[in-house]
Design a protein around this ligand. Structure first.
Ligand SMILES: Nc1ncnc2c1ncn2[C@@H]1O[C@H](COP(=O)(O)OP(=O)(O)O)[C@@H](O)[C@H]1O
Ligand SMILES: [Mg+2]
Length: 275
């Protein structure tokens, strides 16, 4: 089956009593953008680590494009799936941007003589060709995350997981990374899984999933999920500010359509109402 499928997944960290996930079922459709939200400690990163094979579920099965995630096929899995983590500074091993990507290719036994075109191509895709010889320490957070993405793209993956990958970036760097991923999703036919607290990043999702207490509390389109402010509050998930404003207006007796509003959409709606 295409995409990522988690079937009846249970997981307890060694030494802890309560499971982080119990009988979790999650479908991530291929070539779509799926976003996972949930309060701190709800198990989002654990899900990412299980999909990536860094953790092994106690029960259940995970498949990525039909291939079961097992210890035996981890190398094969990591050629089609990569994770970008939160801290851009923890992801570098090379002395230059190009070296860093070469190192990743070396890990996947790509012969030296085949590397250069792959590196050039990947850096071009993330708009970092000019900085191939730069030292990673000279880069901004957004540029570092773009190099991390290039390192994954060089292996021609089908899936990229972003575990709060934009949370340490300034708004400009964040926008650049998100726009890049949205365009790569189409040109490279990527499946994207993003874990985030950022409303803009959430709004890019084709499918939004809320994780809570060992399982999935809600899933649907951005509109279907984010307009349920009472539920989100109960689940300890931050409410996007446009939607918060909508709630205030409704409580004050203003009739506002029952749908999700980003802050820009809410401002637009108010301006129209006032003019
Ligand atoms: N290595 C670990 N050992 C023990 N418990 C852990 C470990 N990593 C995470 N946990 C616990 O598992 C739960 C889920 O963590 P995590 O998946 O990181 O949540 P999230 O990414 O949603 O913030 C938390 O209660 C956390 O304390
Ligand atoms: Mg996390």
């Amino acid at each position: 089956m295409d995409g990522i499928n988690l079937k009846n997944i249970s997981y307890t960290y060694p030494g802890s009593k309560a499971p982080v996930l119990a009988n979790l079922n999650l479908q991530v459709p291929r070539n779509k953008w799926t976003t996972i939200i949930g309060h701190n400690g709800s198990g989002k990163s654990t899900i990412a680590r299980l999909i990536d094979g860094l953790l092994v579920p106690d029960e259940g099965e995970i498949t990525v494009n039909g291939m079961t995630v097992t210890e035996e096929n981890l190398a094969k899995l990591h050629r089609q799936l990569g994770i970008v983590f939160q801290n851009p500074d923890n992801q570098f091993v090379g002395a230059t941007v190009a070296d860093d990507i070469a190192f990743g290719l070396e890990n996947h036994q790509v012969p030296r003589e085949q590397m250069q075109p792959l590196i050039d191509d990947a850096l071009k895709k993330v708009g970092m060709s000019d900085l191939a010889a730069a030292e990673p320490t000279m880069l901004s957070g957004g540029q570092k995350q773009r190099v991390a993405i290039a390192g994954i793209l060089a292996l021609h993956p089908q899936t990229i997981i972003l575990d709060e990958a934009t949370s340490m970036l300034d708004p400009e760097g964040r926008k650049m990374v998100l726009d890049l991923l949205a365009s790569l999703r189409q040109t490279e036919e990527l499946t994207i899984v993003s874990i985030t607290h950022d409303p803009v990043e959430m709004s890019m999702a084709d499918k939004l999933v809320v994780v809570d207490h060992q399982g999935i509390a809600e899933e649907g389109t951005v509109d279907q999920v984010l307009k349920q402010t009472d539920l989100l509050r109960k689940l300890g998930v931050g409410i996007p500010v446009g939607q918060e404003l909508r709630d205030y207006l409704v409580n004050a007796g203003v009739e506002v359509p029952n749908r999700y509003y980003s802050i820009n959409e809410m401002v637009e709606w108010l301006c129209q109402k006032l003019s």
